[in-house]
Ligand binder design. Structure first.
Ligand SMILES: [Zn+2]
Length: 519
C-alpha cells in the first residue's frame, strides 16, 4: 500500500484512517441473515488500494480552507484514492464505504468507476442545542460519525442558553453548581442537569478534528442568559433574578450592557474557556435580545449617551464588538445570529448566521455591507426541531439557499448552510434522530452539491438505501417515505406538536405557514 508515494504497511495507513471508520465496519462485512446466522461473504473488490495526498493537485475550499476534494478510481485490480488532504481522504473513504454498503454485503463486486468530487459549499453544518436538553459525549460522538458519512464538516455546539450552562468553569464554579441544572422542564417537574468537563471537551474536539470537522462553540449573549443570571443576578439590569427557568421562550431579562462588571465577567469567562477550542470561529449568539430592560436601565442609557450611540440596537453592537475584541485576542472570528446585525456598527469581520427575516429590508440593507459572510439556516427549511408536518422533507430537499431580497451579487457571500436542532422538545437520542433523519440528508446533499437533476421518486429510492444502511449501525430516524406528510396528516402533526405548547402558537404557526407558502 502506498501513501504519498511512500510504501507503507497496511497497518500504518489503517492506524490513521481505520479508527474513523470503526463504527461502520458492520456495513462491509455483509448483511446478517434474517435467521440470525453468520453474515454473508461481504464485499468483493480489488486487492490493492493506493492512497495519495496531493496538496497541489486539488484546490482548497474557498472559505474554510479545508481540503475536501478527492478522486476515487476503482479498477479491476486496484482502488486509487487521491485527495488534497486529510478531509478529502476521509470523504473518499466515506464514498467507498457507501458503495461497499450498497453494492456489497452479498459477495457482489465493486463496479469499476472514477469520480472526481468536491463540495459546493465550504461550510456544511449541523447545530446541536445541549442547553434545553443535555446530551453526553457518546451521543455527540455518534452524531459526528453520522456527519462523516454525510461529508459534513462543521459541528456548531450550542453550549449555553436560558435553560442551562454546559461548560465546566473553574473561574466561576457557580456556573456548574447553579447554572447547569434546573428543576423543571416545560411545566413538568423533570429536572435536567449536566455540563462537559474540560477533558470531555478536549476529547470531543480531538474526535471531531480527526474526522475533518470544525467545532464552533456557541456562548449565547447578551440575551438567552437566564441560566447565568440565576447564579449572577448582579449582571442583569435590575440586579435580581429567579432560578434557572424550565419554561421556554424569549425572556426579558438579559445581561446589562451598561455595567462594566458584565463586560469583565464575559471576557474573563471567554479567556478561560476559549483555549479549549482550537477552531478559528466562535459563535456569540446575539439573537432574540429584547430591549425593554435596557430602555428602563439608567446604566444602559448612560452607556448609550457616553459612547454616543444611536439606540439600543447600537448598544447591542457595542456589546458584541467588545466581545469580538476578546475573540480576536484569541485569534478567533465571530459568528452571530442575524439579529445581532440590525445595527450597522456591528464589526464587518463577524459572520452572520441568517435564520429568519424579522426586520424585512432593514436586515439586508444594514447587515450586508463590507465583505460580510453569511451562513444560511433558514427557519422554514432547515430548522429540524419542528415536525415534518411543518417542515416536510421534500420542502427541505427542494430549497435553494438564499436570503430574501438578496441582490444577485451578494450570492457569493454565502459560505454555507447549516441545520440547527433546538432541543426544547428533544429530550433523548431517539427523538433527536427522529427529527434529524432524513431531513439532514437534504441539507448535506445541497451543501455538497447535486451533480445531476434527479426525479424525486428516485431520490426517495436512493435515500431509502442509505436509511437502511444507517439503521444497521444504529441510526434510526423518521422513514424517508413518511417524512413529507401533507394535508390532514401534516395538520395532525402540527396540532400534536403545538397545542401542548400553546393554542396561540398553533394558530399563529398555521397563519405563518400560509403566508410563507405564498412567498
Ligand atoms: Zn442595563
Amino acid at each position: 500500500m502506498y501513501l504519498n508515494g511512500e510504501k507503507k504497511t497496511v497497518e500504518d495507513v489503517l492506524s490513521v484512517f481505520a479508527p474513523l471508520f470503526e463504527p461502520f465496519v458492520p456495513l462491509v462485512q455483509g448483511s446478517p441473515k434474517h435467521d440470525g446466522s453468520q453474515p454473508g461473504p461481504g464485499i468483493r473488490g480489488p486487492e490493492h488500494i493506493s492512497l495519495k495526498i496531493d496538496r497541489d493537485g486539488f484546490s482548497r475550499d474557498v472559505h474554510t480552507h479545508m481540503d475536501s476534494s478527492y478522486r476515487l478510481k476503482i479498477g479491476e485490480h486496484e482502488i486509487e484514492i487521491s485527495a488534497g488532504g486529510h478531509s478529502g481522504m476521509i470523504y473518499a473513504f466515506s464514498s467507498l464505504l457507501q458503495l461497499c454498503a450498497s453494492e456489497g454485503g452479498n459477495g457482489a463486486g465493486l463496479p469499476a468507476m472514477e469520480i472526481s468530487d468536491s463540495p459546493v459549499f465550504s461550510h456544511r453544518g449541523l447545530m446541536l442545542d445541549v442547553s434545553r436538553h443535555f446530551f453526553n459525549v457518546s451521543t455527540v460522538k455518534k452524531l459526528l460519525d453520522l456527519m462523516v458519512v454525510l461529508k459534513m464538516n462543521v459541528f456548531h455546539w450550542h453550549l449555553s442558553d436560558d435553560q442551562g450552562w454546559r461548560v465546566e468553569s473553574f473561574t466561576f464554579p457557580e456556573l456548574n453548581t447553579i447554572s447547569s441544572r434546573r428543576e423543571k422542564t416545560a411545566s413538568k417537574s423533570r429536572p435536567v442537569g449536566g455540563y462537559y468537563t474540560h477533558d470531555e471537551i478536549r476529547e470531543v474536539v480531538r474526535y471531531a478534528g480527526m474526522r475533518g470537522i470544525e467545532i464552533i462553540p456557541e456562548f449565547d449573549m447578551p440575551g438567552h442568559v437566564s441560566a447565568i443570571l440565576a447564579a449572577f443576578p448582579q449582571l442583569s439590569c435590575r440586579g435580581v433574578h429567579g432560578p434557572v427557568p424550565g419554561d421556554f421562550g424569549i425572556f426579558e431579562d438579559v445581561a446589562c450592557a451598561g455595567k462594566d462588571e458584565v463586560y469583565g465577567f464575559f471576557s474573563t469567562l471567554l479567556d478561560e474557556i476559549l483555549p479549549l477550542f482550537p477552531g478559528p470561529r466562535v459563535h456569540l449568539g446575539g439573537d432574540e435580545v429584547p430591549k425593554s430592560r435596557w430602555k428602563e436601565c439608567p446604566r444602559c442609557q448612560e452607556k448609550i449617551r457616553s459612547e454616543a450611540l444611536k439606540d439600543e440596537e447600537d448598544l447591542q453592537a457595542f456589546f458584541m464588538n467588545s466581545m469580538i475584541r476578546v475573540l480576536n485576542r484569541h485569534g478567533k472570528t465571530c459568528v452571530a445570529w442575524n439579529e445581532a446585525f440590525y445595527s450597522p456598527a456591528m464589526e464587518d469581520s463577524a459572520i452572520m448566521q441568517f435564520w429568519r427575516e424579522d426586520g424585512g429590508a432593514q436586515l439586508s440593507n444594514t447587515a450586508l455591507h463590507g465583505d460580510r459572510k453569511v451562513i444560511l439556516s433558514d427557519f422554514w427549511h432547515y430548522y429540524l426541531d419542528y415536525p415534518h408536518g411543518m417542515t416536510p422533507f421534500n420542502k427541505t430537499w427542494s430549497y435553494i439557499p438564499r436570503i430574501p431580497n438578496m441582490k444577485p451579487e451578494d450570492a457569493e457571500r454565502i459560505i454555507g448552510i447549516e441545520a440547527p436542532l433546538w432541543t426544547e422538545y428533544v429530550p433523548n437520542e431517539e427523538r433527536l434522530y427522529a427529527m434529524i433523519l432524513p431531513r439532514i440528508f437534504a441539507l448535506a446533499e445541497t451543501a455538497w452539491g447535486r451533480k445531476s437533476p434527479e426525479k424525486f421518486k428516485n431520490v426517495l429510492r436512493r435515500l431509502e438505501r442509505l436509511e437502511l444502511m444507517l439503521a444497521r449501525i444504529g441510526y434510526s430516524g423518521t422513514p424517508v417515505r413518511k417524512a413529507s406528510p401533507g394535508g390532514i396528516r401534516a395538520f395532525f402533526q402540527l396540532f400534536r406538536f403545538f397545542v401542548p405548547i400553546s393554542w396561540s402558537r398553533f394558530l399563529g404557526t398555521l397563519k405563518e405557514l400560509k403566508r410563507e407558502g405564498r412567498r
